[in-house]
Write a protein that binds this ligand. Structure first.
Ligand code: HPA
Length: 271
Protein backbone atom coordinates (compact mmCIF):
# COMPACT_ATOMS: atom_id res chain seq x y z
CA UNK A 1 0.00 0.00 0.00
CA UNK A 2 2.89 2.36 0.79
CA UNK A 3 4.06 2.33 -2.83
CA UNK A 4 0.54 2.94 -4.10
CA UNK A 5 0.20 5.91 -1.77
CA UNK A 6 3.48 7.37 -2.95
CA UNK A 7 2.58 6.80 -6.58
CA UNK A 8 -0.77 8.57 -6.14
CA UNK A 9 0.93 11.45 -4.32
CA UNK A 10 3.60 11.79 -7.01
CA UNK A 11 0.92 11.87 -9.71
CA UNK A 12 -0.94 14.64 -7.88
CA UNK A 13 2.24 16.62 -7.30
CA UNK A 14 3.12 16.32 -10.98
CA UNK A 15 -0.25 17.88 -11.82
CA UNK A 16 -0.25 20.86 -9.48
CA UNK A 17 2.03 23.34 -7.81
CA UNK A 18 -0.26 23.49 -4.74
CA UNK A 19 1.43 22.13 -1.62
CA UNK A 20 -1.51 21.59 0.70
CA UNK A 21 -1.16 21.58 4.47
CA UNK A 22 -4.91 21.43 5.00
CA UNK A 23 -7.13 18.61 3.73
CA UNK A 24 -10.89 18.84 3.55
CA UNK A 25 -13.36 15.98 3.05
CA UNK A 26 -16.83 17.10 2.00
CA UNK A 27 -19.72 14.86 2.99
CA UNK A 28 -22.93 13.86 1.24
CA UNK A 29 -24.74 16.87 -0.20
CA UNK A 30 -22.09 19.17 1.24
CA UNK A 31 -20.07 20.15 -1.81
CA UNK A 32 -20.77 23.90 -1.72
CA UNK A 33 -17.49 24.79 -0.04
CA UNK A 34 -15.83 23.82 -3.31
CA UNK A 35 -17.32 26.97 -4.88
CA UNK A 36 -15.35 29.13 -2.44
CA UNK A 37 -12.04 27.69 -3.54
CA UNK A 38 -9.63 29.20 -5.98
CA UNK A 39 -9.07 25.96 -7.83
CA UNK A 40 -5.77 25.34 -9.52
CA UNK A 41 -6.35 21.75 -10.53
CA UNK A 42 -9.28 19.33 -10.55
CA UNK A 43 -8.46 15.65 -10.71
CA UNK A 44 -11.23 13.13 -11.23
CA UNK A 45 -10.65 10.19 -8.91
CA UNK A 46 -10.52 7.74 -11.80
CA UNK A 47 -7.46 9.51 -13.20
CA UNK A 48 -5.40 9.18 -10.00
CA UNK A 49 -3.39 5.96 -9.75
CA UNK A 50 -4.82 3.50 -7.19
CA UNK A 51 -7.70 5.76 -6.16
CA UNK A 52 -10.92 3.81 -5.69
CA UNK A 53 -13.80 4.95 -7.91
CA UNK A 54 -16.75 6.77 -6.40
CA UNK A 55 -20.11 5.09 -6.98
CA UNK A 56 -22.75 6.98 -5.01
CA UNK A 57 -24.85 9.27 -7.15
CA UNK A 58 -24.64 12.20 -4.70
CA UNK A 59 -20.86 12.19 -4.79
CA UNK A 60 -19.02 13.72 -7.65
CA UNK A 61 -15.65 12.12 -6.98
CA UNK A 62 -13.09 14.85 -7.54
CA UNK A 63 -9.92 15.93 -5.86
CA UNK A 64 -9.57 19.70 -5.90
CA UNK A 65 -6.27 21.50 -5.36
CA UNK A 66 -6.19 25.20 -4.76
CA UNK A 67 -6.46 27.84 -2.10
CA UNK A 68 -9.15 28.74 0.41
CA UNK A 69 -8.73 32.03 2.26
CA UNK A 70 -5.27 32.12 0.69
CA UNK A 71 -4.24 28.79 2.24
CA UNK A 72 -3.18 25.85 0.07
CA UNK A 73 -5.74 23.07 0.41
CA UNK A 74 -6.67 19.72 -1.04
CA UNK A 75 -10.37 18.94 -1.07
CA UNK A 76 -12.11 15.62 -1.57
CA UNK A 77 -15.44 16.28 -3.19
CA UNK A 78 -17.01 12.92 -2.49
CA UNK A 79 -15.64 10.26 -0.19
CA UNK A 80 -15.56 6.47 -0.19
CA UNK A 81 -18.01 4.60 2.00
CA UNK A 82 -17.67 1.07 3.29
CA UNK A 83 -21.28 0.34 2.23
CA UNK A 84 -20.31 0.90 -1.39
CA UNK A 85 -18.24 -2.25 -1.19
CA UNK A 86 -14.80 -0.77 -0.63
CA UNK A 87 -12.46 -2.26 1.90
CA UNK A 88 -11.52 -0.05 4.83
CA UNK A 89 -8.06 0.27 3.25
CA UNK A 90 -9.68 1.77 0.15
CA UNK A 91 -11.91 4.05 2.26
CA UNK A 92 -8.90 5.59 3.99
CA UNK A 93 -6.46 5.54 1.05
CA UNK A 94 -6.97 9.24 0.20
CA UNK A 95 -6.17 10.27 3.77
CA UNK A 96 -2.78 8.60 3.59
CA UNK A 97 -2.23 10.27 0.20
CA UNK A 98 -3.16 13.65 1.70
CA UNK A 99 -0.58 13.08 4.42
CA UNK A 100 2.02 12.24 1.78
CA UNK A 101 1.19 15.57 0.09
CA UNK A 102 1.95 17.42 3.32
CA UNK A 103 -1.48 17.68 4.94
CA UNK A 104 -1.28 17.98 8.73
CA UNK A 105 -4.76 19.34 9.46
CA UNK A 106 -7.87 17.48 8.30
CA UNK A 107 -11.35 18.99 8.22
CA UNK A 108 -14.22 16.57 7.65
CA UNK A 109 -17.95 16.98 7.23
CA UNK A 110 -20.78 14.51 7.01
CA UNK A 111 -24.54 14.19 6.99
CA UNK A 112 -25.86 12.50 10.12
CA UNK A 113 -29.04 11.55 11.90
CA UNK A 114 -29.69 13.46 15.13
CA UNK A 115 -30.41 11.36 18.22
CA UNK A 116 -29.97 14.08 20.84
CA UNK A 117 -33.46 15.51 21.44
CA UNK A 118 -31.96 19.01 21.77
CA UNK A 119 -30.97 18.90 18.10
CA UNK A 120 -33.03 19.75 15.07
CA UNK A 121 -32.71 19.22 11.34
CA UNK A 122 -30.06 21.46 9.66
CA UNK A 123 -28.16 21.95 12.95
CA UNK A 124 -24.38 21.76 12.79
CA UNK A 125 -22.83 19.44 15.37
CA UNK A 126 -19.13 19.82 16.02
CA UNK A 127 -17.80 16.32 16.59
CA UNK A 128 -16.29 16.16 20.04
CA UNK A 129 -15.61 12.43 20.06
CA UNK A 130 -16.72 9.31 18.21
CA UNK A 131 -17.71 5.68 18.58
CA UNK A 132 -16.23 3.47 15.88
CA UNK A 133 -16.14 0.03 17.41
CA UNK A 134 -19.44 -1.04 15.84
CA UNK A 135 -17.78 -1.05 12.42
CA UNK A 136 -17.02 -4.59 11.24
CA UNK A 137 -13.54 -3.73 9.95
CA UNK A 138 -10.77 -1.48 11.09
CA UNK A 139 -8.50 0.37 8.65
CA UNK A 140 -5.42 -0.23 10.82
CA UNK A 141 -5.65 -4.03 10.82
CA UNK A 142 -2.79 -5.50 8.82
CA UNK A 143 0.81 -4.62 8.14
CA UNK A 144 1.86 -1.33 9.67
CA UNK A 145 4.98 0.17 8.10
CA UNK A 146 6.53 2.85 10.33
CA UNK A 147 5.49 5.56 7.83
CA UNK A 148 1.87 4.88 8.81
CA UNK A 149 2.44 5.78 12.46
CA UNK A 150 2.07 3.92 15.73
CA UNK A 151 0.89 0.33 15.81
CA UNK A 152 -1.39 1.24 18.74
CA UNK A 153 -2.37 4.86 18.11
CA UNK A 154 -3.60 7.00 20.96
CA UNK A 155 -7.22 8.15 20.58
CA UNK A 156 -7.58 10.33 23.66
CA UNK A 157 -8.17 13.45 21.55
CA UNK A 158 -9.39 12.26 18.14
CA UNK A 159 -10.78 15.73 17.38
CA UNK A 160 -8.42 18.58 18.20
CA UNK A 161 -9.57 20.58 21.23
CA UNK A 162 -7.76 23.61 19.86
CA UNK A 163 -9.63 23.39 16.54
CA UNK A 164 -12.95 22.90 18.32
CA UNK A 165 -12.28 26.02 20.38
CA UNK A 166 -11.38 28.02 17.28
CA UNK A 167 -14.52 26.80 15.52
CA UNK A 168 -16.67 28.04 18.39
CA UNK A 169 -14.90 31.42 18.21
CA UNK A 170 -15.56 31.63 14.46
CA UNK A 171 -19.18 30.65 15.05
CA UNK A 172 -19.74 33.30 17.68
CA UNK A 173 -18.09 35.99 15.53
CA UNK A 174 -20.21 35.07 12.53
CA UNK A 175 -23.47 34.33 14.30
CA UNK A 176 -23.53 30.62 13.52
CA UNK A 177 -25.25 28.32 16.04
CA UNK A 178 -23.23 25.21 16.83
CA UNK A 179 -24.02 22.06 18.77
CA UNK A 180 -21.36 19.66 20.01
CA UNK A 181 -21.56 15.92 20.48
CA UNK A 182 -20.50 12.35 19.89
CA UNK A 183 -20.74 10.82 16.40
CA UNK A 184 -21.26 7.08 16.03
CA UNK A 185 -20.40 5.41 12.76
CA UNK A 186 -22.34 2.47 11.38
CA UNK A 187 -21.94 0.77 8.02
CA UNK A 188 -25.44 1.31 6.69
CA UNK A 189 -26.64 1.43 4.02
CA UNK A 190 -30.02 0.81 5.63
CA UNK A 191 -31.04 3.37 8.19
CA UNK A 192 -31.45 2.23 11.77
CA UNK A 193 -34.42 0.65 13.49
CA UNK A 194 -36.01 2.39 16.47
CA UNK A 195 -34.38 -0.16 18.75
CA UNK A 196 -31.00 0.61 17.22
CA UNK A 197 -31.42 4.37 17.69
CA UNK A 198 -32.42 3.76 21.30
CA UNK A 199 -29.33 1.64 21.82
CA UNK A 200 -26.95 4.08 20.12
CA UNK A 201 -28.36 6.96 22.15
CA UNK A 202 -27.99 5.02 25.40
CA UNK A 203 -24.42 4.25 24.46
CA UNK A 204 -23.66 7.94 24.43
CA UNK A 205 -23.98 9.04 20.83
CA UNK A 206 -25.66 12.27 19.71
CA UNK A 207 -25.55 11.68 15.96
CA UNK A 208 -25.23 8.66 13.68
CA UNK A 209 -23.81 8.35 10.20
CA UNK A 210 -22.08 6.05 7.75
CA UNK A 211 -18.66 7.62 7.35
CA UNK A 212 -15.85 9.67 8.90
CA UNK A 213 -14.58 7.39 11.68
CA UNK A 214 -12.22 5.30 9.50
CA UNK A 215 -10.65 8.44 8.01
CA UNK A 216 -10.32 10.05 11.42
CA UNK A 217 -8.65 6.97 12.92
CA UNK A 218 -6.03 7.02 10.17
CA UNK A 219 -5.55 10.78 10.41
CA UNK A 220 -4.91 10.37 14.13
CA UNK A 221 -2.46 7.58 13.52
CA UNK A 222 -0.56 9.88 11.18
CA UNK A 223 -0.53 12.68 13.73
CA UNK A 224 -2.91 15.03 11.95
CA UNK A 225 -5.08 17.51 13.84
CA UNK A 226 -8.70 16.73 12.99
CA UNK A 227 -11.83 18.84 13.00
CA UNK A 228 -15.19 17.25 12.20
CA UNK A 229 -18.70 18.55 11.81
CA UNK A 230 -21.96 16.70 11.25
CA UNK A 231 -24.90 18.31 9.55
CA UNK A 232 -28.03 16.96 11.17
CA UNK A 233 -30.15 15.97 8.18
CA UNK A 234 -32.91 14.04 9.92
CA UNK A 235 -34.07 13.45 13.46
CA UNK A 236 -33.82 9.91 14.79
CA UNK A 237 -35.86 9.89 17.98
CA UNK A 238 -37.21 6.37 18.48
CA UNK A 239 -40.60 7.38 19.87
CA UNK A 240 -41.47 9.81 17.08
CA UNK A 241 -39.52 8.33 14.19
CA UNK A 242 -40.76 9.16 10.72
CA UNK A 243 -40.05 7.29 7.53
CA UNK A 244 -36.63 8.24 6.18
CA UNK A 245 -36.73 10.17 2.95
CA UNK A 246 -33.37 10.46 1.21
CA UNK A 247 -34.49 13.46 -0.82
CA UNK A 248 -35.36 15.27 2.45
CA UNK A 249 -31.96 14.32 3.89
CA UNK A 250 -30.20 15.78 0.86
CA UNK A 251 -32.41 18.89 1.02
CA UNK A 252 -31.54 19.40 4.72
CA UNK A 253 -27.85 19.07 3.91
CA UNK A 254 -28.29 21.71 1.21
CA UNK A 255 -30.12 24.05 3.59
CA UNK A 256 -27.29 23.83 6.12
CA UNK A 257 -24.52 24.29 3.57
CA UNK A 258 -24.18 28.09 3.80
CA UNK A 259 -23.54 27.84 7.57
CA UNK A 260 -21.10 24.98 7.13
CA UNK A 261 -19.23 26.81 4.37
CA UNK A 262 -18.98 29.95 6.49
CA UNK A 263 -17.68 27.96 9.46
CA UNK A 264 -15.08 26.07 7.44
CA UNK A 265 -13.87 29.24 5.73
CA UNK A 266 -13.57 31.03 9.03
CA UNK A 267 -11.65 28.15 10.53
CA UNK A 268 -9.27 27.83 7.58
CA UNK A 269 -8.60 31.56 7.74
CA UNK A 270 -7.37 31.16 11.31
CA UNK A 271 -5.07 28.20 10.61
N1 HPA B 1 -28.44 7.01 10.07
C1 HPA B 1 -27.29 6.81 9.48
N2 HPA B 1 -26.75 7.67 8.64
C2 HPA B 1 -27.41 8.79 8.41
C3 HPA B 1 -28.60 9.07 9.00
C4 HPA B 1 -29.15 8.12 9.88
O1 HPA B 1 -30.23 8.30 10.42
N3 HPA B 1 -29.00 10.28 8.54
C5 HPA B 1 -28.05 10.73 7.72
N4 HPA B 1 -27.08 9.82 7.62
Amino acid sequence: MLEQIQEAARFIQANTSVQPQIGIILGTGLGALARELTIEKTLNYETIPHFPLSTVEFHSGKLLLGTLEGKPVVVMQGRFHYYEGYTMQQVIFPVRVMHALGVRTLLVSNAAGGMNPDFQTTDLMVIDDHIGLLLPQNPLVGPNPPEFGDRFPDMSEPYSKALIEQAFQVASERGIALKKGVYVSVTGPQLETRAEYRMLRQWGADAVGMSTVPEVIVANQMGMAVFGVSVITDMCLPDTLEKADISKIIAAAGAAEPKLTELMRGLVKRL
